[in-house]
Design a protein around this ligand. Structure first.
Ligand SMILES: NC(=O)c1ccc[n+]([C@@H]2O[C@H](COP(=O)([O-])OP(=O)(O)OC[C@H]3O[C@@H](n4cnc5c(N)ncnc54)[C@H](OP(=O)(O)O)[C@@H]3O)[C@@H](O)[C@H]2O)c1
Length: 310
């Protein structure tokens, strides 16, 4: 995918130590952007930064510790970012993709998959609205095809009952996507100059992705199964394309959904999200739930709500 010159632009990527987040960071840095690579392990972050620099020697890449499953970590990282210059884009990519067998809760008391994939990103985006507005920037939430494949339970987003790893993943991805569209509606209503888009990477596997020391080192078995599934999979490098396109294409509109042309793989293009993720009642309920669970109200929206009350 051909990217425009991104010199002078600043992007923050969550979960940039592996997979789609790493390749998105690499693609952005390769186009001249300043990339803030974030992750929860200092050593993995240093390895990922070094891997980007090896391929793009003049890359402008900084690292920042950020564990999206931990609201304290999210607030601390956001405070550091707010102390720097404006932001042009936020890629909300970090995710638990292989959820634990049994329901697990975070230090804040939330179900791990929902907390990492959805709640932490709601909190981060809210905490970074000021630098994003300063850069007239955008946020991209990362959805999944799985949202069309399995029912969603709006009454129990954190699966207090009936937890299975797959259900937890789908709950988190429906929530992430619905929050992305709800953010678009609310930002528009409050006239905030920030776009919110959602993108999904099709089916992108490490077994079809080139090996990079410390980032992607698939076993022979993973390579074998990756190649066996070739018609329905793609590399994580290609999977990053729709995410990056949604992040940098000036013609990609707020509220739009992006994915690969053949759904599982291919060139990025506008796509159709699962119907449930466009349900405004469900999205509104999730938004209120996240406000309550994080104690974070998005700043400009709070002001517009107060104005409406007067
Ligand atoms: N691959 C696909 O086909 C596919 C399909 C649909 C959607 N997605 C979505 O795309 C995103 C990335 O997936 P991927 O395939 O690239 O997965 P991946 O290779 O497993 O990478 C996940 C990334 O998220 C990070 N992460 C996990 N928990 C975190 C936390 N608590 N705080 C901060 N970072 C955390 C990981 O960091 P560590 O190095 O610390 O573990 C890693 O950098 C996910 O949101 C996933 O749901 C992927």
């Amino acid at each position: 995918m051909q990217l425009p010159d991104l010199s002078g632009k600043r992007y923050l990527v969550t979960g940039s130590t592996a997979g789609l987040g790493f390749f998105s960071s690499l693609q952005l840095a390769g186009a001249g952007a300043h990339v803030l690579m974030t992750g929860r392990h200092p050593k993995r972050l240093a390895t990922a930064r070094a891997a980007v620099i090896r391929q793009v020697p003049d890359a402008e890449v900084d690292t920042l510790l950020l564990d999206t499953s931990n609201l304290g970590s999210v607030r601390a990282a956001a405070a550091t970012v707010r102390g720097r210059a404006g932001l042009h884009g936020l890629l909300l990519n970090a995710g638990v993709v292989h959820p634990p067998r049994h329901r697990t809760t975070t230090a804040d008391g939330h179900e791990l998959v929902f907390a990492t994939n959805a709640l932490g990103h709601y909190a981060l985006a809210g905490e970074l609205l000021l630098p994003l507005a300063a850069g007239r920037g955008r946020m991209v939430w990362v959805g999944s095809m799985s949202t069309s494949l399995w029912p969603y339970d709006p009454v129990d987003p954190e699966l207090e009952s009936g937890y299975t790893p797959w259900r937890a993943y789908v709950q988190s991805k429906v929530a992430t996507t619905a929050l992305g569209f709800e953010a678009d509606r609310r930002l528009r209503a409050a006239n905030v100059p920030i776009a919110s888009l959602v993108a999904h990477p099709g089916y992108s596997v490490g077994g079809r992705t080139r090996g990079i020391a410390g980032i992607n080192a698939p076993s022979r078995r993973q390579r074998f199964f990756g190649n066996l599934q070739a018609p329905i999979t793609q590399s994580k490098e290609h999977g990053a394309w729709p995410l990056v396109r949604a992040l940098v294409d000036p013609d990609a509109e707020s509220g739009s959904f992006w994915g690969p042309s053949r759904v599982v793989g291919g060139e990025p293009r506008r796509a159709s999200p699962a119907k449930i993720t466009r349900d405004e009642d469900i999205a509104g309920g999730l938004w209120n739930y996240c406000e309550h669970a994080t104690g974070i109200e998005w700043p400009y929206l709070k002001a517009s709500r107060k104005r409406r009350r007067r």
